[in-house]
Design a protein around this ligand. Structure first.
Ligand code: DGJ
Length: 735
């Protein structure tokens, strides 16, 4: 078992293949964080708790309790009893007073991994996958509040991952109000670190940002009711200069799709606290006696070998222990989506003409996007009225789906089930179903409101709208969109004391609906989307094996979005399409080949009017489709190597996917700008076996894995804009 309790040292030791995490208990029963880092063979290091440095033992001398609590490395810090740093737990008693202190009570070590009630969570899996997965539950208690905090740590040995979550139980016979419940916190010595986060905006999501960690708090977060375009629920502490192969990395990623806080704080005593959880702003949760609250899961990993190892561990972890879809290891149908081809202006004939042309080119699925329902001829109306607009789609969705299937394509449909347009029959019938604050006109965004999914009857209605269509028409794929932030956080159905639960109840509502959907339609391929990539998080991956990465399909813009996204999430889950030129977001025109090569590192598809594109582009599609079929397994299942970022000094971007058995690798080189008069450039291609000889596809050139990684390959100077090269190496059986 990867979890061990050393009773003599009062020390828990959690081991993964390359890392060790240790938790200690002081004489007074405080539960402290001892160590997280490179693997240790034996338990030890309990002196790092520095429990006696303040000459403080609760029963003997409480004089400097505040200084002690403010410097002790807590495993799960609490608020308002002495520790002046950020607390993970803040509880109000029946007097309206806040203050909490937790002491060790008992523990349990079990094989496997528990699920989390109502929440997405990683799982052990079956057979070989489940080997090396075990769980430690530490129960801490506050004897005054009479609440327990159950800290759950699951260890995934092979992937070097430890997950954490917390269950708070109220055993007091009285009401307790949770003001804040983070899911994970680690204290360590401050050292020198940088904080890495994935930040951006609509159409430029998840760009990698690094900033030095200084005294005080530095954080990212969301109060948008979703994980957001602006900041992804991921942070890493990295040693300065840490690169792909070097340096230390501590990473945290939140399996949650709503408001979050991810923070690093350096205190007066040079200690560093890294924490993650549901954002405490506009959050509270009333816990009646006997009730419990489950906080979502945090995924932690440590790498002593740079960001590359972190990335590969996270990719393996999400593919092996989080994404449940039957499509995870399957080739996804190559789709054509009509959004940028037609926007709202289409009818059956137009859609069928796209479908026919797509079929001729080898495309496998047509996705009908926004605009097929109600009176939706623009984004000003009809969300909530999920009945077909027969002026556009004569005979309805089932008839259209049949026609598309007759052409030989699968059929997918767009929904935005969480929203309501003020101009809709639904709103006219149920104005109180929109989130709103009493006495205020709710704030519109994209001229729409948000449905109050904290209410069961609203969820049932919204779910049935989708399910009814899926029950009557043959729908192979659903794109579940969500196009605005949450504001006006008020529910007409909850009492005053529970209004601050709306944000979290909303997210639980979305999870409940998606769980119902994948349970009722187990063969459905579900893609999540949120105005592009505003809900690209591990929570969503639990329900859908792919997420729309960004509305910005300009392949050059996508390079940075892809680099940041792939730092954490596997390529197999990134929606990626070939767009038309000039691109609708940036007005940039990029060669069709480049658009194809960049989209290949994701779930591949097209989003253009195939009936209108130049003949020479059309002719390239069958070749691109063949490339997808040839390489997708490698891209989806392989080890990802980030080799060069064009955000650096040299204007080219390089990444690769290496087969797990090292028999082949595909590297993609994109020249964003030319660099005249430099002649060939040397690019190192890591990941293959040192002594194995590999042949470059389409040539007689052979290289050993060692040569490729250490000497590199020469890419001749390319002239022109945004040119790409796919470099596919296979072990040379003749060697
Ligand atoms: C936002 C999505 O990201 C787009 O792909 C498209 O589906 C639109 N919404 C439709 O309104």
């Amino acid at each position: 078992m990867a979890v061990l309790y050393d009773e003599s040292r009062r020390l828990f030791k959690l081991d993964t293949a390359n890392t060790t995490y240790m938790i200690g208990i002081t004489e007074d029963g405080y539960v402290g964080h001892v160590y997280y880092g490179r693997r240790l063979n034996r338990p030890g290091g309990e002196y790092l708790l520095r429990a006696k440095e303040y000459a403080y033992i609760l029963s003997v001398n409480a004089r400097e309790k505040e200084a002690f609590l403010s410097s002790f490395p807590f495993e799960y810090p609490t608020q308002w009893t002495g520790d002046l740093r950020e607390g993970a737990l803040d509880v109000m008693n029946e007097e309206g007073q806040c203050g909490c202190e937790l002491f060790y009570r008992d523990y349990e070590i079990t094989a496997g991994k528990p699920s989390l009630e109502g929440l997405p969570a990683s799982f052990a899996g079956e057979g070989k996958a489940a080997e090396g997965v075990s769980t430690l539950r530490l129960t801490l208690t506050d004897p005054v509040l009479e609440i327990d905090a159950e800290l759950i740590y699951s260890v995934f040995e092979k992937e070097d991952v430890i997950t954490r979550s917390v269950v708070i139980r109220n055993n007091s016979g009285k009401t307790r109000i949770l003001q804040k419940v983070y899911s994970a916190s680690i204290d360590m010595d401050a050292g020198h670190y940088e904080m890495l986060s994935l930040t951006g905006s609509w159409a430029r999501e998840r760009h990698i940002r690094r900033r030095p960690v200084g005294i005080g708090k530095q954080s990212v977060g969301s109060i948008a009711g979703k994980s957001s375009h602006q900041e992804n629920p991921f942070i890493a502490l990295v040693t300065p200069g840490a690169g792909q192969d070097t340096g230390e990395v501590y990473a945290m990623n939140f399996v949650y799709s709503g408001n979050f806080t991810a923070q690093v704080q350096v205190s007066q005593f040079d200690s560093l606290r890294m924490c993650m959880g549901i954002n405490a702003e506009n959050f509270s949760w009333t816990l009646e006696s006997g009730d419990h609250f489950t906080a979502p899961e945090v995924v932690m990993t440590y790498s002593a070998q740079g960001l590359g190892q972190m990335t590969r561990h996270l990719h393996d972890f999400y593919r092996g222990h989080l994404i449940r879809s039957p499509y995870l290891h399957k080739e996804r149908p190559i789709l054509i989506n009509n959004w940028e081809a037609t926007y709202f202006d289409f009818d059956t004939e137009k859609i069928l003409s796209i479908a026919r042309k797509a079929k001729e080119s080898g495309i496998e699925m047509l996705v009908l996007d926004d605009g097929w329902f109600g009176k939706r001829n623009s984004d000003t109306s009809s969300l909530g009225d999920w009945y077909v607009n027969e002026n556009k789609i004569k005979g309805g969705i089932a008839a259209l789906s049949d026609e598309i299937h007759k052409i030989g394509l699968k059929f997918g449909l767009w929904f935005e089930p969480e929203m309501i347009s003020p101009d809709s029959d639904l709103y006219r019938a149920h104005p109180d179903w929109a989130l709103q604050l009493k006495g205020r006109t709710a704030t519109m965004s994209r001229q729409q409101y948000v449905l109050d999914l904290s209410r069961q009857e609203v969820r049932d209605y919204a779910y049935e709208c989708v399910a009814k269509i899926l029950r009557t028409a043959k729908i192979d794929y659903v794109k579940w969109d969500m196009n605005r932030e949450l504001t006006d956080i008020g529910s007409a159905a909850l009492p005053a004391s529970r209004q601050q639960e709306v944000f979290h109840r909303y997210v639980l509502g979305v999870y409940e609906m998606q769980e119902r959907l994948v349970t009722e339609f187990p063969d459905l391929l579900l893609e999540n989307c949120s105005g592009g990539g505003a809900r690209f998080d591990p929570g969503m991956l639990y329900y859908s094996p792919q997420i729309w990465r960004s509305d910005d399909m300009d392949p050059i813009e996508r390079l940075r979005i892809q680099e940041g996204t792939a730092l954490v999430y596997p390529l197999s889950c990134m929606g990626a399409h070939v767009c038309c030129a000039p691109n609708h977001t940036t007005a940039r025109s990029v060669p069709f080949e480049t658009r194809g090569h960049v989209a290949l590192s994701g779930t591949f598809g097209y989003e253009l009017d195939i009936t209108q594109i130049p003949e020479e582009d059309l002719e390239m599609i069958p070749g691109q489709i063949a490339e997808y079929h040839r390489y997708h397994g490698l891209i989806a299942e392989g080890d990802y190597y980030r080799i060069h970022s064009w955000s650096g000094e040299e204007p080219w971007d390089v990444w690769g996917s290496v087969a797990k058995d090292r028999s082949e690798a595909l590297y993609t080189f994109v020249q964003v700008l030319t660099r005249p008069n430099v002649r060939s450039r040397r690019i190192l291609l890591p990941g293959l076996e040192e002594d194995t000889v590999y042949r470059l596809e389409g040539t007689e050139e052979c290289y050993t894995g060692g040569e490729l990684a250490k000497c590199g390959i020469l890419i001749p100077e390319m002239r022109g804009d945004a040119l790409t090269k796919l470099l596919h190496f296979t072990a040379d059986t003749r060697a």
